[in-house]
Write a protein that binds this ligand. Structure first.
Ligand SMILES: [Zn+2]
Length: 180
């Protein structure tokens, strides 16, 4: 099957884009190998914290851009976000639950790149929660949803189970931190 999302390539610059947002297309083993090396260099706790902050801001920005592009609002934007991530090959993401009164949510992930890339091109095989790079994305998306709905919640997100630990799928739990 062909990609399920629109991809444009600028003939002059070669820049790829989807919905007007520039994208980078790269080999999965390259991305995951880099991820593993940075984790090794920085230590997982510090690296995860940096990824969380960058991922949170990026997801929040993405939601604002895509809401304007497609005329979407509220939780539909976060659902569109999970669909787009799934169409871009990061894995298959879907909401198990989402509470539009608090921002609390649970997201299931199958076929995560971090699980699938294990054992390829020197990527280590580990029984651990491997997909923490995604964690900040869902807090960023749910906080954007809250702002769009006129709510004042803030959330925190983390991977609470991983397929690499032997579970059927990964789960991200977005917890409500309460009002700002
Ligand atoms: Zn996982």
């Amino acid at each position: 099957m062909k990609p399920a999302l629109p991809i444009e390539v600028d003939p002059a610059s070669g820049v790829w884009s989807t919905d007007g947002l520039p994208m980078i297309y790269l080999p999965r083993h390259f991305f995951v190998n880099n991820h593993v090396e940075i984790e090794k260099a920085l230590g997982r706790a510090a690296y995860a914290q940096s990824l969380y902050a960058g991922g949170y801001r990026s997801a929040h920005f993405w939601c604002a851009q895509e809401a304007a592009t497609h005329g979407l609002s509220g939780l539909a934007v976060a659902e569109h976000y999970l669909q787009r991530l799934s169409q871009r090959g990061w894995g298959r993401f879907s909401f198990i639950a989402a509470d539009v009164h608090s921002g609390a949510a649970q997201i299931a992930l199958t076929h995560s790149v971090f699980v699938l890339a294990q054992g390829i091109a020197g990527v280590p095989v580990r029984s651990d929660k491997l997909c923490y790079l995604f964690a900040g994305w869902f807090a960023g998306a749910m906080d954007w949803v809250g702002e769009d709905l006129g709510e004042r919640w803030r959330t925190f997100s983390r991977e609470t189970q991983c397929e690499a630990e032997g579970h059927a799928h990964c789960v991200f739990t977005v917890s409500a931190l309460g009002a700002r």
